[in-house]
Design a protein around this ligand. Structure first.
Ligand SMILES: NC(=O)c1ccc[n+]([C@@H]2O[C@H](COP(=O)([O-])OP(=O)(O)OC[C@H]3O[C@@H](n4cnc5c(N)ncnc54)[C@H](OP(=O)(O)O)[C@@H]3O)[C@@H](O)[C@H]2O)c1
Length: 343
């Protein structure tokens, strides 16, 4: 009771000091509650056992955890990536997780759990994948794009410059240096923007013509909306695909688009860095979000038809809104998170 009373005191003080902010918060909360109450659950239109799910980037990490979640609720799952051995492992794990009544014989299991080695940067691979899904399942309900690559170094460092005592060494980037920065950015752009673009261009018509409730989820990043040092290439390329999918959501209102924006997640994602940089922030395997938690939140968001999902929610929203209200403060937090001290 004491805690409740003091919480109410804090609210009263906040209302007194910032009545407009309190009103805005109350309006947003009320709107959210209303949305929750009136929202139609997707499984009431598309039963889970009938859902056909394609996960691009499912051989490890978040995509693999999402595949586990879908398989354990009995949906048909197609896992895609370039590492064949890893894909086989994930497909076996998914087959074991299928509820008994959905996998009575082995042919049913192999139809429900598909593994397809493909590169999402290859148009031919994605078109062949779509044709195979049409043959095997007759269509698609859910597209999850989780594949992506990391980039971990300050841009000028990628170009071969070091900054010491307020000066660059050498004083300018040479042609080779600038080309090096361009090739790192091109590799990131290819996998963080062009790959997601190829996927969505290939699958939107199939989703819209074969599903009673088509849905697309992009695994984006908090870095796509909140700038961070050492992440200039990563953040800008993830931002590009986020805006692409957000715009497509308006062009295709008959498809539910969801964008999840997690902060650091456990796993080996940083090994995919296109610029070979070191990890500066607190060890994601000790302090990062759990892959399973991110995967569960993805399924929940798709079920509820949510558009933008931050993880962790408070930190993500504060950083996102905070950047527009107090950019210098958020920049300082970001520099601290990545242990970046400008020289
Ligand atoms: N980990 C984090 O801290 C974090 C935080 C926020 C957002 N994210 C986002 O989460 C997503 C997944 O990251 P993760 O942590 O799960 O990393 P991960 O374990 O490295 O998984 C990346 C997946 O993408 C696949 N992939 C990469 N390039 C591909 C390509 N060209 N074609 C097909 N598949 C490809 C990889 O499979 P193959 O290598 O077998 O092809 C792998 O299955 C990324 O988009 C990332 O930006 C990650």
């Amino acid at each position: 009771m004491d805690a409740l009373a003091s919480a109410l005191d804090v609210v009263k003080v906040a209302v007194k000091c910032h009545p407009n902010i309190a009103l805005l918060a109350a309006l947003i909360t009320g709107h959210r509650i209303l949305q929750r109450l009136t929202r139609k659950q997707r499984s009431s239109i598309l039963p889970r056992l009938r859902e056909r799910v394609l996960i691009v980037g499912a051989s490890s990490g978040i995509g693999r955890a999402i595949a586990h979640e879908y398989a354990s609720r009995g949906s048909s799952v197609c896992v895609v990536g370039r590492r064949e051995h890893q894909l086989n492992v994930v497909a076996e794990e998914c087959a074991k997780l299928l509820p008994n009544q959905t996998a009575e014989d082995s042919s049913d299991k192999s139809r429900r759990i598909l593994r397809i080695k493909a590169d999402f940067n290859s148009v031919e691979d994605m078109v062949a994948l779509r044709d195979q899904l049409e043959r095997e399942w007759g269509g698609l309900d859910t597209l999850i794009v989780s594949a992506g690559v990391s980039a971990l170094r300050p841009l000028l460092e990628v170009a071969g410059l070091e900054r010491r005592d307020g000066a660059f060494y050498p004083p300018h980037a040479d042609v080779e240096g600038v080309k090096h920065a361009v090739s790192a950015a091109t590799a990131a752009m290819q996998s963080n923007y062009i790959g997601p673009l190829i996927c969505v261009t290939t699958f939107i018509p199939l989703l819209s013509s074969t599903s009673p409730s088509p849905s697309v989820l992009l695994v984006s990043s908090l870095a796509a909306v909140v700038p961070a040092p050492t992440r200039s290439i990563y953040a800008s390329t993830k931002g590009a695909s986020l805006l692409l999918y957000q715009s497509l959501a308006i062009e295709h209102p008959y498809i539910a688009f969801t964008h999840i924006m997690p902060s650091s997640v456990e796993g080996d994602f940083r090994a995919s860095a296109v610029d070979g940089g070191k990890v500066r922030e607190a060890d994601p395997n000790k302090h990062g979000l759990k892959r399973e938690a991110v995967a569960k939140r993805c399924l929940e968001a798709i079920e509820n038809g949510e558009k933008a999902v931050f993880m962790p929610v408070i930190m993500g929203r504060i950083a996102h809104f905070g950047y527009w209200l107090f950019p210098s403060l958020i920049e300082r937090f970001a520099a601290r998170k990545y242990k970046y001290v400008p020289a």
